[in-house]
Write a protein that binds this ligand. Sequence first.
Ligand SMILES: NC(=O)c1ccc[n+]([C@@H]2O[C@H](COP(=O)([O-])OP(=O)(O)OC[C@H]3O[C@@H](n4cnc5c(N)ncnc54)[C@H](O)[C@@H]3O)[C@@H](O)[C@H]2O)c1
Length: 439
Amino acid sequence: MNITMIGTGYVGLVSGAGLADFGMRVICVDKDRERIQKLHKGEIPFYEPGLEELVQRNVKNGRLSFDSNLETAVDRSLVIFVAVGTPDNGQGQTDLSQVEEVAESLGEIIDDYKVLVLKSTVPVGTNNWFKKMVQKKLKKRSNIDIVSNPEFLREGSAIEDFMRPDRVVIGAESPRALAIMKDIYRSLYLIETPFVFTNLETAEIIKYASNAFLATKISFINEVANICEKVGADVHQVAKAMGLDKRIGSKFLHPGPGFGGSCFPKDTHAFAFLGKKLGSPVSIVESVIKVNRNQRRVMVEKIEKAVGSLEGKMIAILGLAFKPNTSDVRESPAIDIIQALLQKGAKVKAYDPEGMDEFKKAVNSINLTYGIDAYSVVKGVDGLVILTEWNEFRNLDLKEVKKLMAQPLIVDLRNIYEPERMSELGYHYIGVGRGVNPA
Ligand SMILES: NC(=O)c1ccc[n+]([C@@H]2O[C@H](COP(=O)([O-])OP(=O)(O)OC[C@H]3O[C@@H](n4cnc5c(N)ncnc54)[C@H](O)[C@@H]3O)[C@@H](O)[C@H]2O)c1
């Protein structure tokens, strides 16, 4: 089966390479020519563990290729996946301009039966709208089928998530399209992956409801953490005990600076917007967004309380990516927190194993400099703030770090260290939700 994957971002490239690994012949197309040129040279445009090997293997076996010409790719394919970006438009609504552009291009190209699969996260009704947009542009009356196949992969473990997903959701209107989709995902059938076959609208809602629910768990535990701090309780033990209840589950109960990334912030906004538009507000999700915004402020206050006035202070930051094992800094808590520290007069020295190039595009200040490793940024600082829980930060030589710092102060917004050990080492250590903080 020949497949075109439009968009070679986190979802498109992982899904394209993954489908090639399942035995499909996949042509990945992107309008960003530079990105396609890089991919031709074997360069992966972002950091995702294992992706380079997966891409190389499938290019070598002839099942995966890259092209910036949509027409030749579509001509050769029965199924066209769309994995372009659907960012927030700045007002809490989804910017569908990339999807619209794809619909217009496809309408002009398609002259034969095709299955169009929307993998991008799109608001309810978009699949139908997309079909109409394509049909309006068609020169010849060709038969097309539309399928909603939302993606649930997580950056940092995207390949594992794509190859062994918890479930695959397929919203389809025609038995022919459904049969083709079952064929594409046959490898997952064989490993007994649960499939949900449904209509377009249900598939669209499943994606938003899932992300909104996970975001809710994060905001919930963050508020619990803030209470724990005030009463001398330990949020880790609270979360562990809660998670042992199978109805609750232990995942996504880690307190911290609030959720970021390219999905939860925009998807919660879009879901809340949809509810308002339909006259059925999702007040819980509206609160989750508010709590998340507030959590950033609480974290800045925590740092300020620990350091004292930030004016003229030197602060080291470890971690810029919105989570470990990715170079993605979109909506990363580090953006808001570092900007607030800079505004309050601090000088910031930052290090992230993969996210620094992207962060330089997001925040620009003469008072923000970068190091080559953790040790290079802690030299002479008044405090160290942990913002992303990369494994390499868990194993630092903390005696050495303490020697390098001007003040032995660590504000650990990811709770990667044990408070008792840190005080034994002579640190003034502050975590999130772990007993009464001395600050
Ligand atoms: N990133 C994630 O973890 C994740 C997880 C699940 C779902 N999603 C959803 O998947 C979609 C894609 O997300 P992403 O993070 O991969 O986006 P991304 O921004 O990393 O990649 C989008 C790619 O599409 C390309 N593109 C845009 N318009 C195009 C066009 N007309 N023709 C060809 N290429 C075009 C861009 O150049 C870019 O390379 C979004 O809807 C997102 O919400 C993302």
